[in-house]
Ligand binder design. Structure first.
Ligand code: CAA
Length: 283
């Protein structure tokens, strides 16, 4: 199956990043969000990042214009009527995602693939609310999407080989490396990453070392581009807590218990970069 036209649902950081890389790779893209402000911000974010690439001579001004011309804002899900794939990147809430998939199942053409960028919710449960479970799949991009090379491709219990192959092929065209993952809590990325971040928070909580020193150990000792606490602030502490809870509940092992300090920060509204304060403070 050839994918030509893409809809991305959700114009936040992840959704706009996904729309950008799709448009840069030659796909016609609808960036959809029911919130017009969020949609405008998402389109502006893409424009800014592309302008920066032109300034840095990674892209010509003509390529930027051509990329922008392939992107169309949309605030109506029924615009998916002539899309070959829809990639959902809305808030991490199963009820909301299931509702979006039910609506998409009604409006998207029968051949269309419905993909979710969920970072940890079960793909099989999302498949189950549609009448095309064999065409539902996980496509988990990493933040920042235009920079990070990985896409986890997650097969729900009923996802077909044909759907998997089409998404694997699309990931290649996006200049990403895909890995095939089965549907288990946290998939691979967050099953490995989040316990490391949670453990870094425990080392601060137990007074083993300061926030800065924990980050320095992992940056200089393990060559990580960001220390785990800087990364937690970058991802969002609410998201980190949410994923730890998915792991804890889904795998039923106490080793995944979220650190009480993480809970406390989230309760205080210290969510990391986006709220101006997390393990560090931001302007
Ligand atoms: N969007 C787009 N491009 C960005 C960007 C963003 N938000 N942030 C940085 N970049 C690009 C810029 O183009 C920049 O190049 P220019 O200076 O030429 O513009 C380039 O990346 C390098 O950026 P910086 O010099 O500002 O900073 P850096 O060298 O520290 O790199 C980083 C920034 C790429 C984010 C790097 O720190 C990094 O790789 N950090 C780890 C990111 C990571 O682990 N992501 C996964 C998070 S987990 C996840 O996403 C899954 C989940 O489910 C929670």
């Amino acid at each position: 199956m050839e994918i030509k036209k893409v809809m991305v649902v959700g114009a936040g950081q992840m959704g706009s990043g996904i729309a950008q890389v799709c448009a840069q790779s030659g796909y016609d893209v609808l960036l959809n969000d029911m919130n017009k402000d969020a949609l405008e911000k998402g389109m502006n974010r893409i424009e800014k990042l592309l302008s920066r690439s032109v300034e840095k001579e990674r892209m010509t001004a003509e390529d930027k214009e051509a990329t922008m011309s392939r992107l169309t804002p949309s605030s109506d899900l029924s615009d998916a009527k002539d899309c070959d794939i829809v990639i959902e990147a809305v808030i991490e809430d199963m009820n909301i995602k299931q509702s979006v998939f039910q609506q998409l199942d009604k409006v998207a053409p029968p051949h269309a693939i419905l993909a979710s960028n969920t970072s940890s919710l079960p793909i099989t449960e999302i498949c189950a609310v549609t009448n095309r479970p064999e065409k539902v799949i996980g496509m988990h991009f990493m933040n920042p999407v235009p920079v990070m090379k990985l896409v986890e491709v997650i097969r729900g219990l009923q996802t077909s080989d044909e759907t998997y192959k089409a998404v694997e092929e699309m990931s290649k065209k996006l200049n990403k490396t895909s890995v095939e993952v089965n549907d288990f809590p946290g998939f691979v990325a967050n099953r490995v990453l989040m316990p490391m971040i949670n453990e870094a928070i425990y080392t601060v909580y137990e007074g083993v070392a300061s926030v800065e020193d924990v980050d320095t150990v992992m940056k200089l000792g393990m060559n990580h581009p960001m220390g785990p606490l800087t990364l937690a602030d970058f991802i969002g502490l609410d998201t980190c807590l949410y994923i730890m809870e998915v792991l804890h509940e889904g795998l039923g092992d106490s080793k995944y218990r979220p650190c009480p300090l993480l809970r406390k920060y989230v309760s205080a509204g210290w969510l990391g970069r986006k709220s101006g304060r997390g393990f560090y403070t931001y302007e």
